[in-house]
Design a protein around this ligand. Sequence first.
Ligand SMILES: Cc1cc2nc3c(=O)[nH]c(=O)nc-3n(C[C@H](O)[C@H](O)[C@H](O)COP(=O)(O)OP(=O)(O)OC[C@H]3O[C@@H](n4cnc5c(N)ncnc54)[C@H](O)[C@@H]3O)c2cc1C
Length: 388
Amino acid sequence: MMFISSGIECLEKCLETRVLIVGGGPAGATAGRFLAANGVDCIILERFPGQTKPCGGGIPCGAFEELDLPENLIKNKVSSLRVSPPKSGPFEIAFRSGYIGIVERREFDSTLRDMAQAQGAVVMDGEFLRFLPPENGRPERGILCEANRGGERIMVRSELVIAADGVNSRVRTALGMKPMSSLYTLGAKLPIDATMMEKNCCEFYFGRFAKGGYSWIFPGGASVSAGTGSTDPGRLKPAFERLLEEKGAAPAAAIQGTRGYRIPLWEGQPLMKDKVLFAGDSAGLVMPFTFEGIYYAMRSGQLAAQAIAEGDPGLYRKLWRHRFRSRFLLMKGLWRAFLTTESGTETLITAFRDERVQQTAIKLWLNKTGERGSLASFINVLRKKVLF
Ligand SMILES: Cc1cc2nc3c(=O)[nH]c(=O)nc-3n(C[C@H](O)[C@H](O)[C@H](O)COP(=O)(O)OP(=O)(O)OC[C@H]3O[C@@H](n4cnc5c(N)ncnc54)[C@H](O)[C@@H]3O)c2cc1C
C-alpha cells in the first residue's frame, strides 16, 4: 500500500490497494483474511470498530472447524431447542451431537479482523462515502472511492471492491441498487437470570407473538439475547412485549439498549456488479426460515476471496451457486409455502415433532460439509410429513 498525491483538489490522500473491502464484520473480515493469506493486497475499511451488532450470535459448531476459528470465542454451547408453534404446545429438540456456539459479536468481529491483520490485510477505521468518477476519464486506472477517516476525507484506488457493509449497504446505494426487502427485528440483551431459562437451550416461537413472525431467546455467556422479527414493523413492539411478559422479564421500556435492526430477505440478489463483489448481508445472504447469517457471511467472504485470488472474480458466482444455492432455494420455498400463514406455520413447525425430521434438520444446520447428502435426507423426511 502507498500514498500517492490526489488528482482531486479537496482530497489530500489517495491509498492504493488491489481490493478495497468495505465493512469489517464477519463477511469483510473473512474476505480480508483469505485474500491476504493468498498474497492479495487488501484494505478492510470499518466505520464502527467498537460497536456491537444487534445479533443472537448463534453459530453452528461445524463453522468453527470449517473456518478455523478459535473456540475460545464461544461463550455458551447450546445443545437443545425449545420450539413453540403458533397454536399447539411447545416441544424440545435435543441434539444427538454437536452444538450451537453463542459468541459475543463485538469480540467475535474484532477477533476476525485481528486474524485478517495477522495474515497481512490492512485494517483501517473509516467510512465508505461514495464512488468517484474515473480520474481524467481513465477507468483503467481502477475504482476510486471516497472515505471519511476520523473527519479527514481520503481516496482509495483499487482494482476491485468487496461490499461487506451489511443490510443497509451504502455501496449498493452508491451503485443505484434498490434497498433490500427485510425482516424487521426488535431485541435486547437481558441479564442471564432475567428469563428463568435453561442455559443450554435456545427458544423459538413461530407466529406466537407476531403473526407471520418469530421470536427467540438465545442464552449467551453473560446475557440472554431476546428478540422478535416480523416483515411488518408495526407488529414488533407489542410482540416483543408479549415475549418478555411470557418470560417474566422486565417490560421493554425498562430495558436499556432495546434496538431495532433489519435482517435481509434472500431474493437471489446479484453477487457482483461490474468490479464490485457483494458478500454477506449486503448480498442478502441470510438463510430464509432460520435467519442464520453469520456463517453465510463468512463463507461468502471466503468464496469471493478465493475467486479473486484465482484471478477470476466472476468465479465467485459459480462457487456460491454450486455450494449454497440449492439450500437457499429449498428454505425460501418452505418460507413461501408455509410460513406466511398461521395454518401453514403450524403444519410445518409441528412436522419437527417427528424425531427423524428433527435429526436430519439439526445435522444439516450444525455441520454444513457433506451438504448434498444431508439436504437430500432432509427433503425426503420432510416431504413425507408435509409436502406430499
Ligand atoms: C437481531 C438479530 C439477530 C441475529 N441473530 C443471528 C444469529 O443468532 N445467528 C446468525 O447466524 N445470524 C444472526 N443474525 C444475522 C447476522 O447478524 C448477519 O447476517 C451477519 O452479521 C452478517 O454479517 P456481515 O458481515 O454481512 O454484515 P454486518 O455484520 O452487518 O457487518 C457489516 C459491517 O460493515 C460496517 N459498515 C457499514 N457501512 C459501512 C461503511 N459505509 N463504511 C465502512 N464500514 C461500514 C459495519 O459497521 C459492520 O461492521 C441476526 C441479525 C439480527 C438483526
